[in-house]
Design a protein. Structure first.
Length: 305
């Protein structure tokens, strides 16, 4: 059963790779679901966890992208089409996954979009909030019973240090559409704070079960997540070449560590960076905010849960 306990300090750090943090871990017989498996951190997580013996359910916007990504590595996966910005697509994906009738040992909420230069909406809501948070909210809730069927299921949610740059108040429930004012990075930060708060509220709701939920910050990495930044990419590429940046192999380390480390069995409700517990922002520690976000998210996605 999960209990609120301290995570032991890891010997791994910001320069560790996903391959290093999973060395010696046998995932044979385990099933790992990864959203956004076709590129970046999702692709590297898929590669490494498959190498450790896990069967991967790889979600991407198209089944072909997931299939092609697995072919690059030379592994067999269960490819599933899932567009997180389309709740009908998420529902269809979960029904396909349910039909597999297998427990999910790790559900890794990895996919996302970042800092759209202009306001885009879906369902009358700002698109980063929809894609990064609500799409995963629907996915997790619909697959939760399969995670509970695993001996010690783990939910790993990719948040970001960007959650520190959220809108005033953390989550602006009065402007989830973005129509009252939109700035790319603050709304990205709001979606990443929502990821963190969802993970925390989920941990509270799962207390006493065999399932854990933790959030992670992967680090500063140049991945396809930056594809929407347009002319900003040139300046950002200079930042990503600086000493504090890291490779995709290093960036995937924390999520793979939290997904597999034996020392973290039963550890839930934490936020990790550099393979160790990290400090949450004031808003990130706000249990009342997390509870309200959960209730609002349920209302916004009620037809799909």
């Amino acid at each position: 059963m999960t209990t609120r306990k301290e995570a032991p300090k890891s010997t791994f750090g910001r320069r560790s790779t996903a391959q290093e943090v999973t060395a010696g871990i046998d995932l044979s017989g385990k099933t790992v679901l990864i959203t956004g498996c076709n590129s970046g951190l999702g692709w590297e997580s898929m590669r490494v966890l498959a190498k450790r013996g896990a069967h991967i359910i790889g979600l991407s916007r198209t089944r072909q992208k997931a299939t092609d990504a697995a072919a690059e590595i030379g592994i067999d996966i269960t490819p599933v089409e899932c567009d997180l910005a389309d709740f009908d697509s998420v529902v269809a994906a979960t029904r396909e996954i349910e039909s597999l009738n297998r427990p999910i040992d790790v559900l890794m909420c990895n996919a996302g979009i970042m800092a759209l230069p202009e306001l885009h909406q879906r369902y009358g809501l700002e698109l980063q909030f929809v894609t990064n948070h609500l799409g995963h909210f629907v996915l997790v809730n619909r697959l939760l019973e399969q995670v509970k069927r695993a001996p010690a299921g783990r939910i790993v949610v990719l948040s970001s240090l960007g959650h520190l740059t959220s809108v005033p108040g953390g989550i602006n429930f009065d402007n989830l559409s973005g129509e009252q004012g939109y700035t790319p990075f603050t709304f990205y930060g709001q979606s990443k704070l929502a990821n963190l708060l969802m993970s925390d509220e989920l941990a509270r709701r799962l207390d006493g079960s065999s399932v854990t939920s933790n959030a992670v910050h992967p680090g500063v990495i140049m991945t396809p997540l930056m594809r929407n930044l347009g002319s900003l990419r040139a300046n950002l590429s200079k930042i990503f070449s600086m000493p504090f940046s890291r490779s995709v192999q290093q960036g995937a380390a924390t999520q793979c560590y939290v997904a597999t480390a034996p020392a973290l069995q039963g550890v839930s409700g934490l936020y990790f960076a550099n393979c160790n517990p990290a400090i949450k922002s004031i808003h990130g520690k706000n249990a009342k905010l997390a509870h309200r976000l959960w209730e609002v998210s349920e209302e916004l996605t009620a037809d799909y849960l």
